[in-house]
Structures are given as structure tokens and as C-alpha cells.
Design a protein around this ligand. Sequence first.
Ligand SMILES: [Ca+2]
Length: 319
Amino acid sequence: MHQRILQTMTSLFWPLAISTAMSLGCASTKDDAPQTTPSDPNDSSSSSDASDPRVPDATRSPASVFACEDAELPSEVLAAFAASEFTRCAMPFGIVLAADDRMPETYVQKAAQILAELMDVDMDGRADHPELAAQLSQWSVAWLAMPWDPERWENEQLPALQRVLGYDIVIPRWWMESSSLPDPGIQERAMMVEEIVHFMTQFGWSELFPAQFGVTGWSSVIARETQAASCDWWQHPENDCPGSPAEYPGDCSDPSCDIVEFYQQVLVLRAGMTPGWFGIGFPRDKETLEAKLSQELRDVMDDPQYHQLRQPLGMDYPF
Ligand SMILES: [Ca+2]
């Protein structure tokens, strides 16, 4: 339920933000055919038992994009992808990312590279946190979808896909200012980072480290930080604050929405990147943010055991 709230928020907010900021045209294009490389389920390195889907092919990058029909997934998942014309897949460290056939391959590739890098910041080909990879590989719990057309997605594709797959975190065409550029631009990449960080926070860190990163209530370190900042230097534009009403319709007051949105901006700005958008009152630079964060949160974010991003993404994970 709380997951639906997250999608409700994002599905409202990104398009509104884009429609107000968008001045460029955004003609759509179809794209070339996907590569046909098999998938790569899990972390780790050696050994090569082809019968074990958890053992990766050492010749293949975790960021490879391949035909979904070649994914090492159960036949009912492959059938659902085929019926929905989700043909472009990547499985960095076992995590399922699948895209509508119309999504340009360069966009799927970039999303796969961002996901792979967030899971393997030192780019040694192994997930930095194997338990996180195992957690996020549970496609029956959650997966990443790149749909193209909102009507078809809501009315046809999602109903079919959610019969076999878990919750969908989407990186959709309709939140992109353009999908006609040869490669994703700044806005599209920031949106990809945001949605993938949301996915990792809600379905990974929150589950593995509930006391530090839990988003199902208001007791974790990041939850308390969100509450402390709320209506001071953080306000989601769908939430009301005293003297500062919501700027967009919707509701992001549930912890799984408010915390996840707040933490993404903290993580990204603190790592030296620019979030795709800023909450009301949110600092615009890393130094100002740093001064506002509690010592407790900074200690958790800097603790190597949690593998939180500490540097800007290169977004160039080899594929
Ligand atoms: Ca690594």
C-alpha cells in the first residue's frame, strides 16, 4: 500500500515538473534492435556453472542490455514481457530492468549503467554489497520498468506484468523531456538516478537496515532526519506546511514517499551531483546541506558497511 503511495506521488510530480520546465519539443523516435546478450543475475566472480543462473558469465558486463527473451527468468515472466512488448532487458547483479520495445536502446543502456554503478561503485564487476544485490534481485517483490505510453502501460501492460512481477518502479517515457536525443540528457539522467535510488532505498536499504534506512515508519535515522527537516528546509511540493500550502495535487505524506524523496535529494547532492528537482526550502549546494544534516545521519551515510554513494556517478559503467 505504501508503495502505491510512492507511485502516486511520482506519477503526478515528474510530469508536472516537466510540463512547467519544458520548452523543447520532444518528438519520439523508434530505435534500433536490442543486442542479444544473455543476462547476469548475481554478484560474485569465479566459477562458471552455466546451469546455475546465479553464476554470471565473466565475459558479460553487469550493464549489458539484451533481448528479454534471453533473460534467465521463469517462462511466465518471459511470456509476460513478450505479451507486453517489453523486449529490452538488463539484469545488473540480478536486478530486473525491462523496457518497452519503443524505448531507445541508448536510454535503456544508460539506466542499466546507472543501476550497475550504484551497485558497484568501484566497478570491479562485483556488487559492493552482495546482500543488497540479493535483496533487490527479488523481481517478485520489485523491479524497474521503462514504459513508453501511459495509456497502454496503465491499461494493458502493467495489469499483465503485475500478475507475475512485483512492484514496478518506473522510468517512463512520459517523465523524459526528450527521448529523441541520441543519448539521455541531463534531465533524463537525473530522473533515472532518482528512480533507481528510490528503488534501492525502498526495497533494498530499508529492508536490510530498517533502523538506519527504514521507510515504513518514522523511527529510522533517515525517517527522523526527514521529520526534523520537514517544514524547515524540506517540503515535498505535494505536502502542506504551515503557511506554505502544497504546490501540486497529490499526497506525499506517507513515510514511504516523504522519506524516500527527501533521502534521494540528500544522497545525490551530498555525493556531489544535482538532483532532478529540489524540495521546497532544500539547500542548493552540498556545503549548505552538510551544515543542516545531523551528525547521526552523516555518520550513517559515511559508514562503509552501508555503501552509500559518496562521489558523483560517472554514468559510464562499461557494457
Ligand atoms: Ca564492486
